[in-house]
Design a protein around this ligand. Structure first.
Ligand SMILES: [Zn+2]
Length: 538
């Protein structure tokens, strides 16, 4: 036998294979797993060239896979200024710090995450607060429908007191009529066009930032939920293809294509699964409704704080069917964002129609998020073999809001992961980063505890054990992208993508899972992240 490059031993290798095998050592050669077993079995193959790591009892899991996230937005958020702070002073200080880092006064400072509900002054910052900043400043509110700008930005965009509100937008003004530096909806576009463009190089930089961040969180593989979503161009695909070819793509990726590019993709003969070891084309991605927090998710029973709001459908049921049937017929996997039960029912009807017209084995069509289910939805998911891709962490971050706008009987079906798993529906884990933090450990913690930020248990009967939660973020997520023969479990022949956690991890409580630290992340047999060793005073 040829000597392995890397051997990890004296650990708990939780393979996540179908037998639930647990071993103590794993050997890796040329980026792939060549042996899993006891150290005495593997020892014989080791040579001088083998790097041998004593795990000291640590837990080795298959590399975490995030089945639905937005890598470009996540990367830009990391590159830009986080303004989700609790006072105007803190926000201004963050912008001042960013200004110091800039090479010249013409470089834009871009911030994100404003939320006046969390700001002590209970208001957004404005141009006056930022008037001393020499660089142009553009900060978005968390909803992305409002932006705050400073005087320099206003003058670059040519916005003055006389500028009329554009159609569908508003330039907020002070009582004396002067512009305030707060822009709503289409008024944001007046400034947006002067922001630095999303060049391919800039997109690549965002991918690099996000990938490094993901690796620190134990993530080795992500599904991108919609190439074209951020820039409205296929530069996103171009950037990833180039990176996967020149060796700069550090993380494994599966890129869904936004439905608006379906015709082009079909014309070119692209198909789900085409690509290389690092990057593959994913599903055709489309949206059926909005979000529960925005009360735009299409629900059957009205939001309880409204007269008769039941959310919105992005497409009429007929249009949605047409799009789903066309993508299915062309041979693509299809992934549809569906959060409210009303939207999910329409998606299911469309899938049923597509499968009846053009039967296909192993289609693996997906419903992204799948926020609210009921018994009928459950039966139909099972019957058509639809994969669900929830982001359980949202129950932690937004569960309190959901409780205030949804009926008690509707809440029962909220991100009902246990019910789905018990029924035999494939559930893949995700974060929807940057909507919530990317950490799969937060997703697992919430799937186990169902605990909201306020400490409320949101439908605790939907709690699942840690093993099932890990499965969601490993082998199940791999299946959701047809990559289970390459990744998702620690088995001979698969890529050596591994996430290493402290010893005893599989016995951790939900709380301990949340606070656990990633010890090491391995992609293709290379250590891509390692926790810094704590310095001890001797
Ligand atoms: Zn998303």
């Amino acid at each position: 036998m040829i000597a392995p490059d890397l051997c990890l031993y004296n650990g708990k290798i939780v393979s996540m294979d179908k037998y639930g095998t647990i071993k103590e050592a794993v050997a890796i050669k040329d980026g792939k797993i060549v042996q899993v077993g006891s150290f005495s079995e593997i020892k014989n193959a080791i040579s001088d060239e083998t790097t041998v790591i004593d795990l000291n009892g640590k837990t080795v899991l298959p590399g975490f896979i995030d089945a639905h996230q937005h890598i470009f937005q996540t990367g830009y958020n990391l590159m830009n200024v986080n303004c989700g702070k609790s006072s105007i002073r803190e926000i201004v200080t963050a912008i001042e710090e960013a200004a110091k880092e800039k090479e010249n006064e013409n470089e834009w400072i871009i911030g994100w995450g404003l939320n006046e509900a969390n700001i002590a002054e209970k208001r957004l910052p404005n141009a006056d607060d930022l008037s001393h900043i020499p660089n142009p400043v553009y900060i978005t509110r968390f909803c992305l429908h409002t932006a705050v700008v400073n005087d320099k930005a206003l003058s670059i965009a040519g916005i003055g007191d006389e500028t009329p509100d554009p159609e569908g937008g508003e330039i907020l003004r002070n009582s004396d009529g002067s512009v305030k530096g707060i822009l709503r909806e289409t008024a944001m576009d007046l400034v947006k066009e002067y922001l630095p463009p999303y060049s391919i190089d800039s997109l690549k930089e965002a991918v690099k930032f996000a990938s490094d961040h993901y690796m620190k969180n134990g993530i080795t593989h992500v599904h991108e939920a919609g190439l074209g979503f951020l820039t409205g161009t296929m530069n996103e695909l171009r950037a990833l293809v180039e990176m996967s070819l020149d060796g700069t793509l550090g993380i494994r990726m599966n890129g869904m294509i936004l439905e608006s590019y379906f015709e082009e993709a079909k014309q070119m003969g692209l198909l789900t699964g085409f690509g290389n070891d690092l990057f593959k084309i994913g599903a055709i991605k489309m949206f059926a409704d909005g979000t529960l927090s925005g009360q735009t998710a299409a629900v059957n029973q009205r939001y309880t704080n409204s007269e008769n709001n039941t959310g919105i459908l992005i497409y009429s049921p007929e249009e949605l069917s047409e799009k789903i049937v066309a993508s299915h017929k062309a041979g693509f996997q299809v992934a549809v964002h569906g959060i409210g039960d009303r939207a999910i029912e329409h998606i299911l009807s469309a899938y049923e129609q597509a499968l009846e017209l053009f039967p296909r084995e192993d289609h693996r069509h997906r419903i992204e998020h799948c926020g609210i289910i009921n018994q009928e939805i459950l039966d139909r998911l099972k019957k058509s073999d639809i994969i669900t891709v929830p982001h359980p962490g949202i129950v932690h971050f937004a569960g309190d809001t959901y409780k205030s706008v949804l009926n008690e009987n509707v809440i029962k079906g909220l991100y009902a992961v246990k019910t789905l798993l018990d029924a035999g529906v494939l559930v893949a884990g995700s974060s929807d980063s940057p909507v919530i933090p990317c950490s799969p450990l937060i997703g697992m913690y919430t799937a186990m505890s169902r605990e909201s930020i306020q400490g409320d248990k949101i439908v605790p009967q939907e709690s699942i054990p840690l093993y099932d939660a890990v499965k969601m973020y490993t082998i199940n997520a791999a299946k959701a992208a047809f990559t289970e023969s390459e990744v998702g479990s620690i088995e001979v022949g698969k890529f050596a993508d591994l996430t290493i956690l402290p010893s005893g991890f599989m016995q951790y409580s939900a709380e301990e899972v949340k606070d656990a630290e990633i010890e090491m992340t391995v992609i293709n047999g290379q250590v891509v992240y390692q926790k810094e060793l704590k310095m001890h005073n001797v």
